[in-house]
Design a protein around this ligand. Sequence first.
Ligand SMILES: *Cc1c(COP(=O)(O)O)cnc(C)c1O
Length: 423
Amino acid sequence: MLHAGAAPMTDQTTTPSATTLGQAGYIALEDEHAAHNYHPLPVVVASGDGAWVTDVDGRRYLDCLAAYSAVNFGHSNPLLLDAAREQLGRITLTSRAFHNDQLGPFVTALAELAGKDMVLPMNTGAEAVESGIKVARAWGYRVKGVAAGMANIIVAGENFHGRTTTIISFSDDESARKDFGPFTPGFRTVPYGDAAALEAAIDENTVAVLLEPIQGEAGIVVPPADYLPAVREITTRHNVLFIADEIQSGLGRTGATFACDLVGVVPDLYLLGKALGGGIVPVSAVVGNRDVLGVLRPGEHGSTFGGNPLAAAVGLAVVKLLATGEQQERARVLGARLHDGLTGLIGRGVLAVRGAGLWAGIDIDPKLASGRAVCEALLVRGVLAKDTHGSTVRLAPPIVVSEADLDWAVEQLAAVLAELAAA
Ligand SMILES: *Cc1c(COP(=O)(O)O)cnc(C)c1O
């Protein structure tokens, strides 16, 4: 394995532009011409295979972010690439004005995987959330009988559901909201993990509760084990929809198909995205039963790219990968190994470790270093990871990562912490 810091490979296949520009050149182009809405680590990735990526200078890195779980099944996954390539050669876009031969098999398989009747296909995660909100409101007016324009939806503090204007309307992250108002009304925020507060916020106009079963961007926050079952019981009793945003937590990451499975909970609607597109194309979906998703009528909602044949072909290949349960089992077993390793670092620069399956939020002692500083030091050692909320580092390697590589990543973190402590 060649890691950052080692001599670059001489790779005959390197593209001319890669050799002419170099890492600093690509970063300069982005700095000059891409909007500065991200603060990337200084690495320019050129290719990827499984859990590893290679930069423009030939250095290799273990990808412990996996594009926020969009690459759960690894970079260049051969099964998913084959499905994409085959479809690329046939047809990629028809629009929903016509039927295509990929959508039907995809929605059938996804509905079956989720144990539901119907799928509303979209593209990005934010679109799935927006669609879930619209479906819940329409259900509220047409089925529950809420007075026109009065519907409210209960959400959790510290949530992350995406970046559209409506979604940031119920975020409590100031950096996601400041100067982007005015905001969409109709949302009530209660503390995450507090079922009593959630029940107290419900009134006759409440149509849905929208939650992440594990809060990803908040730092891989796992609620108390009785929380989601209590939310299920409360929402059922009050005739309120339970919408689980499984865009990051779902599709194998936590060692189960859905994070809700870990506590035996079945929501009314699943919101899916990220890994559903296999890291190849954006594919998202709202998945639910006919009594809810059936409220949508022709012409009321849509998306030019939603349900396109390429997305459906890749989505179907993803569902087939998950249908055997192997990915989930691997995430469960490797996840236990990862959490064992990380727990051993508590007291050695780590304050706490949270998570489930192959997903960990690691609270770094802020007296030692910021999460960003730890990620920069990991980068030098050949590990890609991302900080969140100041002092938390998250790890979410592709599920295809090997045991040895996973252990190696934990060793690199231990070494970084020891280095920072000695400095
Ligand atoms: C990433 C994410 C979204 C938004 O998905 P995009 O594809 O970035 O729009 C929504 N909800 C959760 C929980 C996410 O992690």
